[in-house]
Structures are given as structure tokens and as C-alpha cells.
Design a protein. Structure first.
Length: 503
């Protein structure tokens, strides 16, 4: 590599992987939307049987298709602490994701392509920023597993491939069901493309790909007795289909709209130009995998778990990785890709640092909360959501993590989840989304109660504290003693009897 193709060197691969960790170094706690809710489950898992948490939460291990981070936390948190363990896992997911991208580019083209640099920032998009750690762990594993599949296929080591992927399929499925599903889709599409390149008919190519994928199939047997209960299902495919265009437009949505939209525009223009260019090298395997992922994105319903939106970034990643580069354009494109990577890294690093400091300021409230308290928390959502991601809706779960308290924002996955909430006495305020409230002026259209309405409906005697996050500046609470406030958020202690009202 004496011709100056620095992006193909091992030292650059190491730098790229380390860059993937940079945005997570500053925040003490990664400010990812759902992460506090999941951390509350980890806390119950770790010491729920020996703390007040056993009063309100039940935790039972089950062999279900989203155990990846739970198992890692169970193994390492007793030694290193819950919050440090979760942060290290989040960093590991991002570095593993970037490793998978670089490996795929190398396996598909024989060397890392400049377009791969444009794919790397997609590690920090909706699936990760929303805190879907089990899913992003599974997808990081799936990307690396797909690269291994391509390598073994290129080497003609089909028996070894089958043996290894019997185990890999279970590993990815255990991390998250949808990671296993997408791995199967990528592998199947790549095999169809390979057989077609060998001159097989479509029928024989599809049959051959199906046979090749058999080592990935055994986890499907679990679905005969277990079905995910995370809101992934739904029959809203056509009624909400226009939302899919919205997911594409907001692909890079983070904090600064003009940076995020400019990032999307750059990718669209470069991909379009690459597709239109004559003589453009392209990996048929990765292009077919990208089309398969795009098909999944279009066909899956919206659901409440963002199942379609989760897949979109990986479809774009594969589309970028599929593209090779003409010799006369590689160096320029590599510099563009490097600039894009650095700008996106700086933007996400700054955003997470700002949000992390905001979280820590708000979490000072927990220093004034007794261990074992019962907290009704309410997070105000503005009528106009704006572009920046709202990351506070599950912050109340940190009361579970740090104070072994009850908080009303836990996910309820019913009998399919590892943890269940005991609803007795809490009524409609037992779990998510009872913590979400809106401003008075948008209540008529949002379908979510205002803070005043929620406080009026609060179960009498069920809670001993109320935690208000981002309440209206003019809100006054009667019937409770304020024990902490920083001028924005406030923590109130309730009397055993009597009511509470806002005015």
C-alpha cells in the first residue's frame, strides 16, 4: 500500500474503531432514551430479592430472544458495578459495530473502500441513540458474522461455515431476535446473488440459498412456544406507511437539524452518483443484502417498538459498503469520507456530552429521595417536539437504579419479559407510559394527559413522592412538601392521607 491509500491501512482501522468510542467517553451515564428503563431491570435482576424492589417487581430468567446485555450485566456488574458495566458495554457495542463494517468492506472488495468511511457514522443513529442495546449488540454481532460468512464462502470452507453458524445463530438470537432475523436475511440474499453469479436460474439460486441458510434456522423452533411481547407486532402497515419516509428523512436525527439533514443529503448524492456511474465496481453480495434489508424495512409494520426504523440504518450501511470506487476517484472520496466521519463524531460527541451533563444535573434529585421510596414521576413533553431527540422520558427509572425505589415508567412486557411490575395499588400509574404528560395546550390532540390531570388522578396513598421533570414554570403544587428543586425540576413528599393538586 505504498500508493498512499491510507484508508486501507491497519492503523486507520484502529483509529476508526477508537473514534467510535469517543462520543461515549464524556458522559458518566450514556444519555440514551430507553437506557435508564433497562438499567432498572438490571438492578432488579442483580439485587431485587434482597432490597425493597422485591415488593414491586418480579424477575425471572427465561430463554427469550433479547438477553444479550442482560447476560453481560449479570456476569460483570457484580464485580464492577452496574453503571460502569453498562457504559463499557455501550462502548463495546459501538466498536464492534464499526469493526463489522470495516470487515465487511474488506471481505466484499478485497480491501476497505472509501465509501465505508461514510457508513461508520451510522453506528450513532436511532437504534443506538434510543438505547436499544440488546438490538444493537445483536446487529453488531450480525455484521461481523456476515463478514465471517463471506470469508468462509470465498475460501470454499462450507462445512466449517455450517458448523460455526449453528452456534453463531443461537448467539445472535439470544442477543436479540431481530438481529438473528436480519442476519438470516443478509445471508440468504448474499447466497442468492452468489448462485446467480454462478449462472444458476432464479429457482435454483433461491433453493440453494435456502439450503445454505439451514444452519441459521434452529432458533426458529423457540418461536413455536415463545412470542415477543415488546410491541413489535401490529396491523398498521398501510395506515402508517408514510411514516417510513419520515424515518428516512430523520436517519441522522440527533440535535442539530441542519447538520443532520446535510449529512443525509451528502449520502444520498454520493450513493446516487455511484449507482449512476458507468464501470462502477459493486459487491453483488452486499448489494443484495442491502435490498433485503430495505425490503424488511418497507414490509414490517411500524409497531410500538420501532421495528422498521431499527432496520433502516443497517440497510443504508450495507448499500454504502456495497459500493467500490474507481481508481481515479478513491482518494478524493476517502478524504470526503474522513471529513464526514470527523464532523459526525464531533456533533454526536458534543450532543451526548451536553445531554449527559443535563442528566446528571437532574439526577441530583435522587440525593434527596429515601431508599425504597415510591415515586410517581412525570416528564413533560412539549407540544412541538422539535428536531432534537427527547431523552428524558425514562430518566425516572434511575430512582430504581440508585435508590431501590419504585418508579412508574417501567416497561411492561407481560409474561414474555424477564421482569413484571406488580400493579397492586398503583392503578394506571404502575408502568410506562404513565410518566409522560403534555402541556395544557396540546392535550386535546396528543391523547396524553396534562400534568395537572395526571396529578389529579394520582392514586391516593400509593406513592410517597412525586418527581416533576421539566414542569411548566408557573406550576404550583398543593398538598405536598417540596424537598428539592433546582428551579426547573422538583421533588415533592406526599402525606399518607390527603390529595395533591396543581394550579
Amino acid at each position: 500500500m505504498s500508493d498512499g491509500r491510507w484508508w486501507e491501512r491497519r492503523w486507520f482501522a484502529l483509529v476508526a474503531v477508537l473514534l467510535g468510542a469517543v462520543p461515549l467517553l464524556s458522559p458518566a451515564l450514556p444519555p440514551l432514551v430507553d437506557l435508564p428503563g433497562h438499567m432498572a431491570r438490571y438492578r432488579v435482576m442483580l439485587d431485587g430479592g434482597t432490597s425493597p424492589l422485591a415488593t414491586w417487581y418480579d424477575f425471572h430468567w427465561r430463554f427469550v430472544g433479547y438477553l444479550g446485555v442482560d447476560l453481560l450485566v449479570a456476569a460483570f456488574a457484580p464485580w464492577f458495578g452496574l453503571e460502569p458495566t453498562v457504559k463499557v458495554i455501550a462502548v463495546a457495542i459501538q466498536t464492534l459495530t464499526i469493526t463489522g463494517m470495516l470487515w465487511l468492506s474488506r471481505e466484499a472488495h478485497g480491501r476497505v473502500q472509501p465509501m465505508a468511511l461514510l457508513a461508520l457514522p451510522l453506528a450513532y443513529t436511532l437504534p443506538f441513540l434510543y438505547g436499544f442495546l440488546n438490538y444493537t449488540l445483536a446487529m453488531a454481532l450480525a455484521l461481523n458474522a456476515f463478514a465471517l460468512w463471506l470469508r468462509l464462502t470465498r475460501q470454499g470452507r462450507f462445512r466449517l461455515r455450517a458448523a460455526l453458524f449453528l452456534a453463531i445463530a443461537w448467539l445472535v438470537w439470544t442477543a436479540h431476535l431481530f438481529g438473528w432475523l436480519t442476519l438470516g436475511a443478509m445471508v440468504f440474499a448474499a447466497e442468492v446473488a452468489r448462485y446467480r453469479a454462478l449462472g444458476r436460474s432464479w429457482a435454483r439460486a433461491i433453493l440453494g440459498a435456502a439450503v445454505a441458510c439451514l444452519p441459521l434456522a434452529p432458533p426458529a423452533l423457540v418461536l413455536l412456544r415463545w412470542h415477543p411481547g415488546d410491541g413489535a407486532g401490529g396491523s398498521d402497515l398501510w395506515t402508517r406507511f408514510p411514516m417510513k419516509l419520515g424515518w428516512f428523512v430523520t436517519l441522522f436525527r440527533d440535535r442539530w437539524q441542519w447538520i443532520d439533514l446535510a449529512s443525509l443529503l451528502l449520502l444520498v448524492l454520493l450513493l446516487y452518483g455511484s449507482w449512476r456511474r458507468r464501470g462502477q465496481a459493486r459487491s453483488a453480495s452486499l448489494a443484495a443484502a442491502a435490498l433485503a434489508m430495505a425490503a424488511l424495512f418497507l414490509l414490517l409494520p411500524f409497531g410500538t417498538a420501532y421495528v422498521d426504523a431499527r432496520i433502516l440504518p443497517y440497510a443504508v450501511i450495507l448499500a454504502l459498503l456495497a459500493e467500490g470506487t474507481l481508481p481515479d476517484r478513491g482518494r478524493l472520496l476517502a478524504w470526503v469520507g474522513l471529513g464526514f466521519l470527523l464532523v459526525r463524531t464531533l456533533a454526536v460527541t458534543t450532543d451526548l456530552a451536553m445531554e449527559g451533563r443535563d442528566w446528571q444535573r437532574r439526577l441530583v434529585a435522587l440525593e434527596h429521595l429515601p431508599v425504597g421510596a415510591r415515586v410517581a414521576a412525570f416528564v413533560l413533553n412539549r407540544c412541538e417536539a422539535g428536531w432534537a431527540i427527547a431523552r428524558l422520558n425514562h430518566l425516572p427509572s434511575m430512582a430504581v437504579v440508585r435508590r431501590s425505589a419504585f418508579a412508574n415508567d417501567q416497561f411492561d412486557l407481560g409474561s414474555t419479559g424477564l421482569m413484571q411490575v406488580r400493579r397492586d395499588g398503583f392503578g394506571a400509574f404502575a408502568n410506562d407510559p404513565s410518566q409522560i404528560v403534555v402541556e395544557d395546550r396540546c392535550a386535546a390532540t396528543a391523547g396524553i394527559p396534562t400534568l395537572r390531570t395526571a396529578l389529579a388522578r394520582l392514586s391516593r396513598g400509593a406513592f410517597d413522592h412525586v418527581w416533576l421533570i421539566d414542569p411548566p414554570a408557573d406550576l404550583r403544587v398543593a398538598g405536598a412538601a417540596r424537598v428539592w428543586s433546582d428551579g426547573r425540576d422538583a421533588l415533592y413528599r406526599l402525606e399518607p392521607q390527603g390529595g395533591i393538586a396543581a394550579r
